[in-house]
Design a protein around this ligand. Structure first.
Ligand SMILES: [Zn+2]
Length: 224
């Protein structure tokens, strides 16, 4: 009786251990397949050579690169739109890169422009960034986060940042065959803003929103 009881005890311990083993293997496999789907350039600093190659495939205005895992590789549709966002703050490109590198944030953008007008790349143009709360928009759009020099209020944007935005949008259009930017005030145009897609954001703020037609005009005059 006693030894039979002990056998049973051993058996349940072995079953328990086997159970742990199987769950651990499943978790490892899931992690592996998850990670295997990501390019090996995400979530780490790039070598100078890698950075050069990545820049050649994207905007030459790029001054900082930290590629985010929060993206679809590759995007599902051809690029035909640009979507403007604001940072709701004046973050450094490094700070934003750190935020976008965290998988639990589930957020990213293709580009960002800081308060000095420096440009960062977080998601290569060939991939869909998770920025606008609209899969359909972001599959067609290159998304840009713009730094503010005013917190709250109109969420104003500084002159250097604004000038870099015009330059970056011009460059995106030129390289992707977008002949003209049109701001229609809704998602039909090819210059879109975040708040068109979700009711719970003011992004990109009143200042940038008031500038959208001007941005389209300035970019279009550069394209002519
Ligand atoms: Zn936004």
């Amino acid at each position: 009786m006693e030894s039979g009881g002990r056998n049973k005890e051993f058996r349940s311990i072995w079953l328990l251990l086997a159970g742990f083993g199987v769950s651990a293997a499943v978790v490892l496999m899931l992690c592996f397949s998850f990670a295997a789907g990501l390019p090996d350039t995400v979530g780490r600093p790039l070598t100078a050579e890698e950075a050069k190659e990545v820049t050649e495939r994207n905007s030459s205005l790029t001054a900082y690169i930290y590629l985010s895992p929060n993206a679809d590789f590759p995007r599902e549709k051809e690029i035909r739109k640009i979507t403007i966002h604001h940072m709701a703050g004046d973050f450094s490109l490094e700070e934003l890169g750190e935020t976008f590198s965290r998988r639990d944030r589930r957020a990213s953008s293709n580009y960002a422009i800081d308060g000095d007008g420096r440009v960062a790349l977080y998601v290569e143009e060939s991939n869909r960034a998770w920025t606008s709360g609209s899969r359909d928009n972001d599959n067609q759009a290159v998304t840009v986060e713009v730094a503010n020099d005013e917190m709250g209020g109109d969420w104003h944007v500084g002159d250097n940042t604004y000038a870099a935005l015009i330059e970056l949008c011009t460059d995106i259009c030129l390289r992707n065959g977008i002949e003209e930017l049109q701001y229609t005030g809704d998602a039909e145009g090819n210059l879109t803003i975040h708040k068109m897609f979700t009711g719970d954001t003011e992004c990109p703020g009143p200042y940038l929103e008031s500038k959208m037609e001007e941005i389209a005009r300035e970019v279009n005059s550069n394209l002519r």
